[in-house]
Design a protein around this ligand. Structure first.
Ligand code: FE2
Length: 380
């Protein structure tokens, strides 16, 4: 049976859940009160600002009724009810930041070449018809940072139907979509037959496009396989090998730029390995073609920074980190462009390779996934 006890001064309470004790402060409980004057019962949005909260509220009384904590405040304030499961889900009385710098987000799982042969994939016809198939595919993208799509028509514009599953296309100076095929006088090296080192797209934008979709219309050329690499796994490997190198890439801003088309001068100033304040991995930016002159690394550390960059690049190029597949017409893949790097092998000779790409954003994808999960329950 859960129980609750109050400190003498009412500054916090201790909830014994049966599985451990969780402490909650009066100010936190008052801020998160569920009464209709604090939170709109319709849309759930907060109706108060900090000015409406007393600076030093106290808990006057707390009791458990069934599966609810009932709480009242002094000197005034609403009596409010918190479902116990909500308190447990939102508990902050734990070791925050455990796992140290470079820890993975809770929903992510690091991978390497061992994932070859078991690439997450979804059939678009099935995902349109069955919300659980869509939920599983979106969940795989949250977990692994990429997934394939099959069952598309091998025709121009088919890639938009993938974005329609969860969100909206993000248009850029490359257009609503871009053609990835060999061009004369290309504005970007992607539009040649050259192999491309694993990279994240458009690190010179801030914010970067957080998702990229690439769909295949024709792929009869020799070569041209696609590769993906888990940037989070590479960063963690660098840290395990040499934490000083990891820190150099996390603690100093790199510079990226693109000025390959008339009227476009995109620049950004961000680290190659971006961390949240508690050390959790947020994003990887890595793109040899778009790297600009480094001007934010102290003189004393510049050579060490280059050594760290070189080692990170070697890890990214290591076949042990790489998952490879060749797209057939009617297939596509999506990558979390803040985490997973993509690459392609060079192609030439007989045949033709035509892919189309577009960008979209991960907030919409994660929102659709969370809404599906709350409607239908999480995957078994
Ligand atoms: Fe790319």
């Amino acid at each position: 049976m859960p129980s609750v006890s109050l400190t003498d001064d009412g500054r916090f309470l201790s909830l014994d859940t049966g599985g451990g004790i969780l402490r909650f402060h009066a100010i936190w409980l008052r801020d998160n009160a569920t009464d209709p004057a604090t939170r709109d019962p319709g849309n759930g949005q907060r109706l108060i600002t900090m000015a409406d909260l007393p600076a030093d509220p106290r808990i006057a009384a707390a009791a458990i009724e069934g599966d609810t904590l009932v709480c009242s405040f002094a000197p005034d304030g609403p009596t409010t009810r918190f479902p116990l499961h909500w308190l447990i889900d939102h508990a902050y009385d734990r070791a925050i930041g455990a796992g140290g710098r470079g820890r993975l987000p809770e929903s992510a799982e690091a991978w390497d070449a061992g994932l070859n042969g078991t690439v997450p994939s979804g059939d678009i016809r099935q995902m349109r018809a069955d919300p659980s198939a869509l939920r599983d595919w979106l969940g795989a993208i949250r977990r692994y940072g990429f997934a394939k799509v099959t069952g598309l028509p091998a025709e121009s514009g088919a890639l938009f139907s993938i974005v329609d599953l969860f969100g909206y296309v993000r248009e850029t100076n490359y257009g609503r979509h871009f053609e990835v095929r060999t061009e004369v006088n290309p504005v970007n090296l992607a539009y040649t037959g050259l192999g491309l080192q694993a990279h994240t797209d458009n690190p010179y934008r801030d914010p970067v496009p957080t998702l990229q979709v690439l769909s295949c219309i024709e792929n009869s050329a020799k070569g041209g396989e696609n590769m993906v690499v888990d940037g989070f796994a590479c960063a963690r490997r660098l840290r395990a090998e040499n934490s000083g190198m990891f820190d150099l890439l996390a603690d100093h801003a790199a510079r990226f730029e693109y000025a390959g088309s008339r009227g476009v001068r995109l620049t950004s100033r961000r680290p190659m390995i971006e961390l949240a304040p508690d050390g959790e991995l947020v994003a990887i930016r890595f793109n040899a073609r778009s790297a600009a002159a480094l001007t934010d690394v102290p003189f004393e550390r510049m050579e060490a920074y280059y050594a760290a960059w070189r080692r990170f690049s070697e890890i990214i190029d290591d076949a042990a980190m790489e998952v490879t597949f060749k797209l057939s017409p009617g297939e596509a893949f999506i990558v979390d462009n803040t985490r997973v790097l993509h690459a392609r092998k060079g192609y030439s000779g007989e045949g033709y390779r035509w892919l189309q790409g577009c960008y979209a954003d991960k907030d919409g994808l994660l929102s659709t996934l969370a809404a599906l999960e709350s409607e239908m329950g999480e995957a078994a």
